[in-house]
Write a protein that binds this ligand. Structure first.
Ligand SMILES: *Cc1c(COP(=O)(O)O)cnc(C)c1O
Length: 390
C-alpha cells in the first residue's frame, strides 16, 4: 500500500475501552529522567503514590503496585490467597471473566463457573443461593468483574456484598475493576472487598504497564496460609519494601510520575464529579444508539456501563467491517467484539480523559461509519445525543 494512504492528518481518535487517551499533563509528568529506584528521591515518590492511590480505591488498607498488565494482578490475587484444590465461585459475564477463570484453572483451583449470556452481570441472588447451599463453607472466594469490558455490563458489587452478608458466609470477595476504577463509583473498604484488581491504562489516565491489588486484612490472613507458588507476585516482599517507599525489584519509575499526576487530576476534579461525567457521557451515547435503532448488548438498564457501550449490528452485517470503515476513513479506533460476540458488536469507549466535543466527534464518526458501510439505521442519533448534553 502506498505510504500516502497511511497519512492521517489531525488527531487519532482512540475510542476503544482502554487503553484510553493519556492526557497531556500525564504525558509531561512522565517526560522526566529516570531516577535511582533505590535512592532517596524515589522513596519520597513511592511513599506518596502508595498512600494517595488508596483514595482512588476508597480504602485505608495497602495497595500493591506491580509493573505489569492487569492480567498479572489477576494472577496475583489468586496465588497470594489460595491453595491448589481450593473452591471458588466465578461468573461468566463475558470475555474477561472467562480469562480470569482460565488462570484459576491453570493453578488447579476448583471453580464453580456460573454460565452467563454475555448480556447481564453477576446476579446477587445466585451469589446468595450458592453460598447458602455451601453448608460446609468450602467456597474460599467469590470473584466478580465489576465492569465487563467485553460486553459493557457493570455488576452491582454493593449488592453482591449484601448477598454474601445475607448468606453469612466467610468467603473472600475478589473484584476486577480494571475498566471501572476512576470511571465508575467503587468502594473497596465499604463493600468489604478483599482483593481489588486494577490496571493503569483505562480509567486511570495512564499508559499500560501498572496493575494493582488493593487488599484487606482478611486477604492478608489468607496470604499466610496460601500454598500456591508465587515469586514475582508475592505480596510479602512488596509490603515489606513498600513501608519505606521501595520495591523488591525495579518499579516502572516513569509510570509512577504519571500516576502521581493522574491522581492529582482525579482528585482536583473530584471523584464524584468524575463519575457523574462518565454517567452523562454514557447516557448521551445510549441516546444516540437508541435513536439509531441499534441494540445495546447490555440487557438491564441498571447494569449499563458508564465506561463503554457495546452496540449490536443488525443480523447479516459485520461489526468489524464497520470498525474498519471508521478507522480507514475517519481515523478512529473502536473496540472489537471479543470471542463469543466477535463480528456481532462494536464497543465505544467513553472513559478516561474525555469531554463533550470528544464524545460528539466519536458519535459523529460512528454515524458516518454507519452511513458509509450501508448498515441500516435511523439518521440523527448524534443530534439527539447533543440535545441530551445541552
Ligand atoms: C483490560 C481488562 C483486563 C486485562 O487487562 P490487561 O492489562 O490487558 O492484562 C482484565 N479485566 C478487565 C475488566 C479489563 O477491562
Amino acid at each position: 500500500m502506498a505510504i500516502s494512504n497511511n497519512i492521517r492528518p489531525g488527531r487519532h481518535f482512540l475510542q476503544i475501552p482502554g487503553p484510553t487517551n493519556v492526557p497531556d499533563r500525564v504525558l509531561r509528568a512522565m517526560d522526566y529522567p529516570t531516577i535511582d529506584h533505590r535512592g532517596p528521591d524515589f522513596a519520597e515518590l513511592g511513599l506518596r503514590v502508595l498512600e494517595r492511590i488508596k483514595l482512588i480505591f476508597k480504602t485505608s488498607e495497602p495497595v500493591i503496585i506491580f509493573p505489569a498488565s492487569g492480567t498479572g494482578a489477576w494472577e496475583a490475587a489468586l496465588v497470594n490467597t489460595l491453595s491448589a484444590g481450593d473452591k471458588i465461585l466465578m461468573f461468566e459475564t463475558g470475555h474477561f471473566s472467562t480469562l480470569w477463570w482460565d488462570i484459576a484453572q491453570k493453578f488447579k483451583i476448583e471453580v464453580d463457573f456460573v454460565e452467563g449470556d454475555w448480556r447481564t452481570g453477576v446476579d446477587p441472588n445466585i451469589v446468595e443461593q450458592k453460598l447458602k447451599e455451601d453448608k460446609d463453607k468450602k467456597i474460599k472466594a467469590v470473584c466478580a468483574v465489576h465492569n465487563e469490558t467485553s460486553t459493557g455490563v457493570t455488576s452491582r458489587i454493593g449488592e453482591i456484598r449484601k448477598a454474601m452478608d445475607n448468606a453469612g458466609h466467610p468467603a473472600l470477595l475478589f473484584v476486577d475493576t480494571i475498566s471501572s476504577l476512576g470511571s465508575i463509583d467503587y468502594r473497596h473498604e465499604e463493600w468489604k472487598v478483599d482483593v481489588t484488581v486494577g490496571g493503569s491504562q483505562k480509567g486511570l489516565l495512564l499508559p499500560p504497564g501498572l496493575s494493582f491489588n488493593a487488599i484487606s486484612s482478611k486477604a492478608l490472613e489468607a496470604y499466610k496460609t496460601s500454598e500456591l507458588p508465587k515469586s514475582y507476585w508475592d505480596w510479602g516482599p512488596m509490603l515489606e519494601n513498600n513501608k519505606k517507599g521501595y520495591f523488591p525489584y525495579t518499579p516502572a519509575t516513569n509510570l509512577f510520575y504519571g500516576l502521581d499526576e493522574a491522581i492529582n487530576m482525579l482528585t482536583e476534579e473530584g471523584l464524584d464529579n468524575v463519575f457523574k461525567r462518565h454517567k452523562r457521557f454514557a447516557e448521551a451515547t445510549r441516546v444516540a444508539v437508541n435513536s439509531w435503532g441499534l441494540e445495546i448488548l447490555c440487557k438491564n438498564p441498571e447494569e449499563y456501563s458508564d465506561s463503554l457501550t457495546a452496540v449490536m449490528v443488525p443480523d447479516g452485517h459485520d461489526a468489524d467491517f464497520l470498525r474498519k470503515t471508521i478507522l480507514d476513513h475517519y481515523n478512529m479506533s473502536l473496540g472489537t467484539g471479543l470471542a463469543k460476540v466477535a463480528g456481532k458488536i462494536f464497543r465505544i469507549g467513553h472513559l478516561g480523559d474525555f469531554n463533550e466535543l470528544m464524545l460528539a466527534g466519536t458519535l459523529a464518526g460512528v454515524e458516518m461509519g454507519l452511513m458509509k458501510s450501508k448498515i441500516p439505521y435511523k439518521k440523527g442519533g448524534i443530534l439527539k445525543a447533543l440535545e441530551y448534553l445541552c
